[in-house]
Design a protein around this ligand. Structure first.
Ligand code: AQP
Length: 345
């Protein structure tokens, strides 16, 4: 495999209010990686339309996710921020990957099973092919590292399978075109820290999610102090005091979730949180969690609001990012067409 520079790629869907799970599992970690890597952060609107999106809402959410990226500290001048549909290479490479990936692989994807539920016959073909588009997003830029929440682990494994199969199927052509032993890297998922899977505040067995009908299940990045306080106060807990050791959080999903959120927001560890609050009642801990969440999220909400007041400035960032992304993407598409055997001008 030819040596590749380390490059980070990740995406967020413009499908609704961003929440604490998106922030802790993904965006906060995107920000940190800017110091050590070249980063490409994408608002994945092609993924969003795998389920119905109102056209006006889709535009608003696309700009909102962009505003959130910037408000959280992503620098679109040093790194690349854009929306997926502005770079046609995502869809082109996804089609080629649809012809590399096997039905059996896609049939095993748990996210599809969860999202399609009992209505499998009626969901879009795009929802089924979603992981193939995700592999294209990542491999279009030959990204070596992808920061995501735990829920995306299986899709990252599929991305590696697709890269591997492409490299093997086309090995002779890859070599003949001067790319050595393999064309695509085997991307590493970056899933780490105390909040890789933030759970619903109402049910510790369910992931915090944009599509949960209960707004009390999640903290939105745009929630104000009153909303955050109300949601944390009402968050489901159990009658026991907090344990002093991390092992005591096992089989206590709601307590584990709140401790993990506190740890991630404060850049600490679950054990560190328990050293401070273990043995105490939830009420004191919840009050501290409200203060911490308001302290960390308040400025983000304010900045998002400021940025959203000038949508043409947000659009300009996306247009500029797309132009820079296209330079990398177009080269990959040219290479892939040569490797696969497509005549091009
Ligand atoms: N609860 C979560 N905990 C940790 N990370 C999470 N992510 C999402 N939910 C959690 C991570 O956020 C990134 C962007 O997610 P997305 O918007 O692309 O897709 P999603 O997983 O579909 O988000 P939702 O909120 O769960 O939407 P719905 O309700 O539509 O299913 C990803 O890195 C993801 O891992």
């Amino acid at each position: 495999m030819a040596a590749v520079a380390e490059r980070v790629f990740s995406g967020v869907q413009p499908t609704g209010n961003l929440h604490l799970g998106n922030y802790l599992g993904a965006i906060k970690r995107f920000v940190a990686l800017q110091e050590s890597h070249d980063c490409i952060y994408c608002v994945v609107d092609l993924h969003a339309i795998t389920v119905w999106q109102d056209p006006e809402e889709l535009k608003r959410h696309t700009r909102e996710v962009t505003a959130a990226f910037i408000a959280c500290g992503i620098d679109p001048t040093r790194h690349i921020v854009f929306n997926q549909s502005q770079v046609s290479g995502h869809a082109e490479l996804a089609w080629i990957f649809n012809c590399v990936a096997r039905m059996g692989w896609l049939n095993r994807m748990t996210q599809f099973k969860e999202k399609a539920g009992k209505d499998r016959e009626n969901v879009s073909l795009g929802l089924f092919a979603y992981p193939s588009l995700m592999a294209a997003d990542i491999l279009l830029y030959k990204a070596t590292h992808v920061p995501v929440g735990e829920d995306q682990k299986q899709h990252l494994e599929l991305t590696r399978d697709i890269a591997q199969k492409f490299n093997v199927d086309f090995a002779a052509s890859i070599a003949a075109n001067g790319h050595g032993e393999g064309y695509f890297p085997l991307t590493e998922p970056l899933i780490a820290g105390p909040a890789t899977r933030v759970m619903s505040l109402r049910d510790g067995s369910k992931k915090m999610s944009k599509s949960d009908p209960s707004d009390f299940s999640r903290i939105n990045l745009t929630d104000d102090k009153e909303a955050i306080a109300g949601k944390v106060r009402k968050a489901k807990t159990d009658p026991e005091p907090l344990p002093s050791e991390e092992a005591g959080l096992k089989a206590r999903p709601e307590a584990d979730n709140l401790v993990g959120i506190y740890a991630a927001l404060s850049d600490g560890t679950k054990q560190g949180v328990l050293d401070e609050y273990g043995g105490g009642q939830f009420s004191a801990f919840k009050a501290a969690l409200v203060d911490l969440a308001v302290d960390k999220l308040g400025p983000i909400a304010g900045e998002m609001q400021r940025l959203m007041a000038d949508t043409s400035a947000i659009d300009a960032i996306l247009i500029d990012g797309a132009a820079r992304a296209r330079v990398i993407a177009d080269q990959t598409i040219r290479d892939v067409k040569d490797i696969v055997g497509m005549v091009r001008g």
